[in-house]
Design a protein around this ligand. Structure first.
Ligand SMILES: *Cc1c(COP(=O)(O)O)cnc(C)c1O
Length: 283
């Protein structure tokens, strides 16, 4: 499944000028799409953050996106994080940015960010947006601020245990399978509120919101319904006033093909890959 990693040097830092220009133009185009969608939905400018989904992209490509204005990175695979994190951190530091969590020693403290990574304009949050196997938790905790792909109590408990042992708090979005498509990860929507309120009281985790992947169909109504249900679930969680749910504000929903629908339904984070970097050669 990760055979593309053998074909590409993901740590590569040098890209051709035309490729950098292409990424720059794409970032500006997608930022314009986000602003236009915010406006037509009557939402506050800047209320939606653009996360770059960087799977299969190398360090040089990701830095071109950051130089063009990207301020959140999302990776799918722990192996890719391991291949790229050092280079990305160093190049971000040269530009005055701190990327992700930087506590390799597992030092005590709040991690490197505030609520949802929003607080500090010199901090670029690093999110995990792909499935996390138990044996890879230790690999990602030193680097990521937030894990968007938590979809069961079991994985949440395992992450919590490791985070507590490191003396850190990691952000969590509960991934919900709103489309019901079997190929998709995410918890059953019926269980979302229960799982979220349990995560809320786990040490080592900070429940920051919900995440979903839009239905893979050509039907605006069906896609928007899923996003609407996720927003509704978030409202129920916030309204519950259950302990530890007070920061459950984020709705990570919308990708290259459906971000306008997601923004119309209240998305706060859109995760975009193809729109920024072009079609993926692998996976
Ligand atoms: C790849 C990926 C994205 C971005 O998808 P595009 O269609 O390329 O914009 C968003 N979310 C997740 C979880 C992904 O794996």
């Amino acid at each position: 499944m990760t055979s593309y990693m053998e074909h590409r040097d993901l740590a590569n830092e040098t890209i051709e000028a035309p490729r950098a220009q292409e990424i720059t133009d794409n970032v500006h185009r997608v930022l314009d799409r986000v602003r236009a969608a915010e406006e037509s939905a009557g939402r506050e400018p800047g209320s939606v953050r653009l996360l770059a989904a960087t799977k299969t992209r190398d360090v040089g490509e990701i830095m071109a996106a950051i130089d063009a204005g990207i301020r959140i990175i999302g990776e799918n695979r722990p192996q890719e994080i391991a291949a790229k994190a050092d280079g990305l951190r160093r190049l971000c530091a040269e530009r005055g940015f701190a990327l992700g969590r930087d506590d390799d020693e597992g030092v005590e403290g709040e991690g490197s960010n505030g609520e949802g990574g929003n607080a500090d304009s010199t901090h670029i949050p690093f999110h995990l947006i792909g499935q996390l196997q138990t044996n890879k938790i230790g690999k990602v905790l030193p680097v990521v601020d937030t894990i968007e792909s938590v979809d069961s109590l079991a994985i949440a408990e395992r992450i919590a245990r490791r985070a507590v042992a490191r003396g850190i708090e990691v952000g969590v979005l509960l991934e919900v399978n709103e489309s019901g498509e079997e190929s998709k990860s995410g918890c059953n929507p019926k269980n979302a509120i229960d799982i979220a309120t349990r995560i809320g009281i786990m040490g080592g985790l900070r429940l920051e919101g919900l995440m979903t992947i839009g239905a893979h169909v050509d039907d605006e109504y069906a896609i928007r319904k899923g996003f609407e249900r996720l927003r509704h679930t978030r409202e129920q969680i916030l309204d519950s006033k259950a302990p530890g749910t007070e920061h459950c504000a984020e709705l990570s929903m919308g990708m290259t093909g459906d971000m306008e629908y997601a923004i119309a339904e209240g998305s706060t984070i859109v995760r975009v890959g193809t729109g920024l970097f072009g079609e993926r050669e692998f996976i």
